[in-house]
Design a protein around this ligand. Sequence first.
Ligand code: PA5
Length: 461
Amino acid sequence: MIKLNYKNVTEQVIGEQYGLNIEKEFNEYAPKIQSIIMDLNLRKDKPGQWLQWMNLGYNEETVWYVKEYAAMVEGRFDNILVLGIGGSALGGIAVTEALLKPYWNLLSTSDRGNQPRIFFLDNIDPDQINALLNMLDLRRTLVNVITKSGSTAETMSQFMIIKDRMQQLLGDDYRKNIVATTDKQSGILRQIANEEGYKTFVVPDDVGGRFSVFSAVGLVPFALVGIDIDEIVEGVKIMDLALKNTDIWKNIAAQNALIHYLMDTKKGHYLSVMMPYSSRLKYVSDWYVQLWAESLGKEVDKNGNVVNVGPTPIKALGATDQHSQIQLYNEGKHDKIINFIRVEEFDTHLEIPKIFDCTGVNYLGGKSINELINAEADSTAVALADFKRPNLTISLPKVNAYYLSQLFYMLEVQTAIAGELYNINTFNQPGVEQAKNYTYALMGRAGYEESRETLTCKIGR
Ligand code: PA5
């Protein structure tokens, strides 16, 4: 299992002013945490609670259908192109970057084990889209368009451009190059998919975008590039069973949620930095940033009181950002808690050759890059603690499907528990919806005419 080490947030290590008396806090909050975990598990099957993501470790049927589809299209495509944004893309990007061989799309077909290349288009930059479409042979590209609402302007506009080009190239056969992942019955994409006869997968009810990585949203692209989705789901299941434990002393998601909550509300450490020491885990930080920000940044609490809460997540990468952000984290404002992710065993063991005798670099010769990166992770954690900066380390035995899905699921449960501690609705995103609606208005969607006039005035053009 993955592990959490919170020693460097304790007052024994970083002092009373910034550190927590963990024993006192855990014991004091134990009943509350127990009732939160029991309540989440009791509510998870009730419609409208947005907790169906807690069942995704037990979703054998979807896994079966996804594997069946991946086997059916195997060998037919050189490229998978995923269209989606936010929760419909970030989990996919993070998992494929972590689990596929580095530089996957640049490898030869045989080095990729005959699996296709994979591209995620999660923005609407015309230059980027154009360049990608000029590069891909659309006849040999399978497009997975993912949108739960079925109407997000960014995703649907990309889809309209690509569908049009595919149809020009392939005629009616273009349909075979499209797989849509969307709501089972509502939304424009569902309607189009039904009318045009696309293969579809369902974003289950009561699973929000940022909690959807283990639904068909993630599983379809993962299976299409040969990632072992059984292992992924197994990791989720094992972690779910572990996190059903209502004892805070034995539940790492509850521990990290409470530590972050107290650091924010008692110690003024409201910035949460996610800093994996592994390039393959770089995009886990992007996924975490969305999960933490959209879930916990809220104007009102569950009782309707204006609270304007939410710790701010920040992404960083070890060891790279030791030469960029760490100066600030060591000596700047006392307002951050740093989450390190440490990989115990990398797939590769890379020796540093003994080629120079000069003092200053000869200490490196004969060691490995593996030792160096973990020495840097450890020394940065200790240095931060010396500067009285709270930091935690999550350790992954290896970067593989089983441990990675444990990590993701743990962070999801942590977010849900934190949301309960803040007493807010973790699963809505009114701030995102507002911007989406303004876009619809500005782009002339029917029904948004009134907003359009006010907006045009406010923009001042
Ligand atoms: O987490 C969320 O709910 C959002 O980030 C959505 O995933 C994002 O806005 C995209 O929405 P949709 O999947 O409906 O296109």
